[in-house]
Write a protein that binds this ligand. Sequence first.
Ligand code: IMP
Length: 430
Amino acid sequence: MTNVAVIGSQWGDEGKGKIVDWLSTQADVIVRFQGGHNAGHTLVINNVTYKLKLLPSGIVRSEKISIIGNGVVIDPWALLEEIKTLQNQDIIVSAKNLIIAETANLILPYHKEMDEIREDTAGKRKIGTTRRGIGPAYEDKVGRRAIRLMDLRSETNLDQRLDIVLQHHNAIRKGLSKKTYRKDELKKNLIKIAPEILKYSQPVWKLIDQFKEQKKKILFEGAQGVLLDVDHGTYPFVTSSNTVAANAATGSGCGPDTIGFVLGITKAYTTRVGEGPFPTELIDQDGEKLGKRGNEFGTVTNRKRRCGWFDAVLVKQTIKVAGIKGIALTKLDVLDDFDEIKVCIKYQLDGEEIDYFPAAVEDQKKVKPIYKIFQGWKLKTRGARNIEDLPSKAREYIHAIEDLVASKISSISTSPERDDTILLEDPFNS
Ligand code: IMP
């Protein structure tokens, strides 16, 4: 028995919510370790749809412990609203099943505004962020001026911390001719909601240590994907946290040996929201068809996702940098109606063939995909629960992906329903 970290192996939106929910039935504890309410996880259980942003997917099962680790950035108002929405859907959220790291950093209104100001003034250089204040909040964290959840425990302490952070933000705001923030008003608003949030706060590292002693099964739930990782992604068109599995340890306060199996959720084609390079992007009818069949709209911002063919070069690379041990292939059924399906196996850059994604954005924009073409299966895979139920051409496609990305496929998802999944290997017992 081992613990499992689930991460996205592409640009996010790989369908992690369903797989995490499916695995969470086996887990005792589910831990979010990075990102914030920029993430959007959709769960469909007994025909009821739950949309989660900040809360771990385990929250829909009250017998599980859900943890928000120190690596997550929390907008307190967004968190309370999400809790309320779930409670209105008859989901139990209490201090017994939700625990938040007291050291988690807060996203405050000036972060969101700064995110918006930057995006609005960046013109063609914009990142296409979710405008939730994620980047500015992480900047304050590494700048050592952030307000952390536990700072809400003492008014005197909060007062001092606000002085430090507002000195920084107000100086920038003055330079941009924006209204400066008044400490008293912000403090009042924070003090007002403090008890509602502090009731969930605990030293998470201690709890995880106890769970390890008790041999509980822990599921670490990543958000976004490796190509959006601040170190390993398509920088600067990335999010501001490390999305790789190694951050599950840092972002929750346990050693790397706590993470046993790393499962990389991988869509059978590729999508991206926001700006940035995307070699296999399809700006044609096939791209439109993928988007339509796959219902490719962002859960958080409702933006239309950019769509393209599967890029084996990228996924092979993310498997290496993130230490992925097996992949869960999702949305295979979206490809059911294509005559031909293409997979990128190499790139051409300045007349040379390369088998990796170059680091410089100029090169990333220039690379031309070299495709291998597969015949489409033109049969229904939707809802299949056994590998034998898949058409032979679909199986060929799956095995080719396995070879091209040099990783085994642990499971295949064939519809948004939790049980429409083909299990080839149990991550908790690998
Ligand atoms: P931020 O995380 O809001 O700063 O946005 C930075 C980049 O990450 C943008 O391209 C976003 O579209 C992308 N992004 C952030 N969260 C997600 C997600 O959950 N799924 C897919 N893309 C995301």
